[in-house]
Design a protein around this ligand. Structure first.
Ligand code: BG6
Length: 513
């Protein structure tokens, strides 16, 4: 593919293209997400000159705030959570002048009528309608009500009409395939699929986007990117934090629904997909869907063989005592919810048949660290290691997603000296030292894409349903077996020993992160 084609969305940020006029309407404007992520992201976009001067923000929530109170709450959010500090007065004042608030219950049609009037005023002020980007930052239980009221109040304009409506839906998108389907149906009563942006913030991470650039712009790796040269792939998303104040929520989800269905499977599809015929939303997402379609759905016996779940018990993380999951606030003292999961999946297609993908994610692991590791097959004939009675060491390509963003390649090298010693060395690329500037937050990338009308880095309807189909198999197998319980692991350990046994049974090991 020609990397310079203008449609390549990964180029946009580099060219600092400006967005068109837009109104971002946030439902759940008094919540944590708005304060911690959305307003800081909009502020940083404005600071980087990436928003059109006619960009407005309208918050909608229950709290009886005035415009002024809403602005001052949002200012506090930017002061606390923005990646760039201190807040630049000129930038903030310009943005704040375009922030307003509509108070109302999500179920109250009058609130939507008031919103409609506000949107018309904004269009009249700027002389042309900007896109209307609705953001569902509420608990999922409110989604259907909001969608129905938006339709009744007639505030959503059609695709390609002036003032086109778009909707960003936060995760979790359903809790199984059935509810995801119902939600898709509800969304489609008001929005066409092209107007829907299902957010997965992992797709907005700089390093995750770079995975595509790495694969598709560097000719030397693509010939190796298949079952002939890759022994297996490991994807690790480790967190040091526990469930914190979200115990009640977490009880209902567990790591399979919270992380596997979205973030981990998204990473897997990006590693495994075929190069798309073009770099646009349809072509990229078509290829991702094909990967999901090629993962065989495990039956309960296969789930028992290829998936291990765990739950943290008390322990020490980073030198600090951590309570066990069952002692966390809002958690059932006899809970069966998994806080850790390790799984082996296969992708039954020409590129990957016979190459396992090992995925693992958990809370209260030793550190926050996420990476994708491509473990290559060892050299076919080994002179040096075999002569010394050692097994050959494979090359590892490590795509480090966070926190030390970068890519490294492990190779074998003779260490200097008369004796014939072979050591591992690393060829390293680090974002921080190579570019010397901070990466934007995931929400900045994704909000800008939605404002510009580019859904490439958002999950499509079929992707979401297919990933739920797989997760449903796991959850179904566990709930169908009354003896199935997550294996305990000490907080601060790398998950239960059963997870090591899972991969060791295949003659492999988890890479040391
Ligand atoms: C969220 C999950 O989607 O991702 C959280 O709900 C998790 O449980 C978080 O902690 C991890 O995101 P990040 O960007 O910190 O890796």
């Amino acid at each position: 593919m020609n990397g310079d084609t203008p449609e390549n969305p990964l180029r946009k940020g580099l060219e600092l293209q400006e967005a068109g006029p837009c109104t971002v309407i946030i439902f759940g404007a008094s919540g944590d997400l708005t304060r911690r992520k959305l307003l800081p992201a909009l502020y940083n976009l404005a600071r980087d000159g990436l928003l059109h001067p006619d960009t407005s923000v309208v918050g909608l929530a229950r709290r009886p705030w005035s415009d002024e109170e809403f602005r001052s709450e949002m200012r506090k959010g930017v002061e606390t959570y923005s990646r760039s500090q201190p807040v630049e007065e000129e930038v903030w004042n310009a943005l704040a002048g375009d922030i307003s608030y509509v108070q109302g219950e999500f179920g109250d049609l009058e609130a939507y009528e008031a919103l409609g009037r506000r949107l018309q005023e904004l269009d009249a002020e700027r002389g042309e309608p900007g896109c209307r980007l609705f953001y569902l930052a509420t608990p999922p239980s409110a989604y259907e009500t909001i969608l129905a009221n938006l339709k009744t109040a007639g505030v959503v304009r059609g695709r390609n009409e002036p003032g086109e409506g778009r909707i960003i839906v936060e995760k979790p998108f359903g809790r199984d395939r059935e509810s995801a389907r119902r939600l898709n149906h509800a969304v489609h009563q008001t929005f066409l699929e092209d107007q829907v942006y299902r957010i997965d913030h992992y797709l907005g991470k700089e390093t995750v986007q770079n995975l595509l650039v790495f694969r598709l712009e560097n000719g030397i790796f693509e010939p190796l990117w298949n079952r002939r040269y890759v022994d297996h792939v490991q994807i690790t998303v480790a967190e040091a934090e526990g469930v914190g104040t979200r115990g009640g929520f977490y009880e209902e989800v567990g790591v399979a629904r919270d992380m596997l269905q979205n973030h981990l499977l998204q990473l897997l599809t990006l590693v495994a997909m075929e190069p798309p015929v073009r770099f646009d939303a349809k072509a990229v997402r078509d290829e991702k869907v094909k990967v999901l379609e090629a993962i065989p759905l495990p039956d309960p016996a296969e789930v028992a063989r290829s998936v291990v779940r765990g739950q943290y018990a008390a322990g020490m993380v980073g030198g600090v005592e951590a309570a066990g999951y069952r002692k966390e606030k809002g958690v059932d003292p006899d809970s069966n919810t998994e806080t850790y999961l390790a799984a082996r999946f296969t992708i039954e297609n020409w590129r990957w048949a016979g190459t396992p993908f090992y995925l693992r994610s958990g809370k209260r692991l030793p550190k926050r660290d996420s990476e994708i590791t491509i473990v290559f097959k060892a050299a076919p004939h080994n002179f040096f290691a075999a002569g010394r009675g050692e097994s050959p060491r494979p090359n590892l390509l490590r795509l480090r997603i966070q926190p030390l963003e970068g890519i490294s390649l492990r190779i074998q090298s003779k260490s200097p000296g008369q004796a014939f010693h072979i050591d591992d060395v690393r060829m390293d690329f680090n974002y921080a030292t190579s570019f010397g500037r901070e990466s934007p937050e995931a929400y900045e990338h994704l909000l800008l894409d939605a404002i510009q009308g580019d859904p490439t880095l958002f999950a499509r309807e079929d992707e979401v349903e297919l990933s739920w189909k797989l997760v449903d198999r796991l959850v179904g197998a566990w709930s169908g077996d009354s003896r199935s319980r997550p294996h305990p692991y000490e907080a601060g350990a790398w998950g239960p020993v059963e997870a090591d046994e899972l991969i060791e049974a295949d003659g492999r090991r988890w890479v040391r992160i």
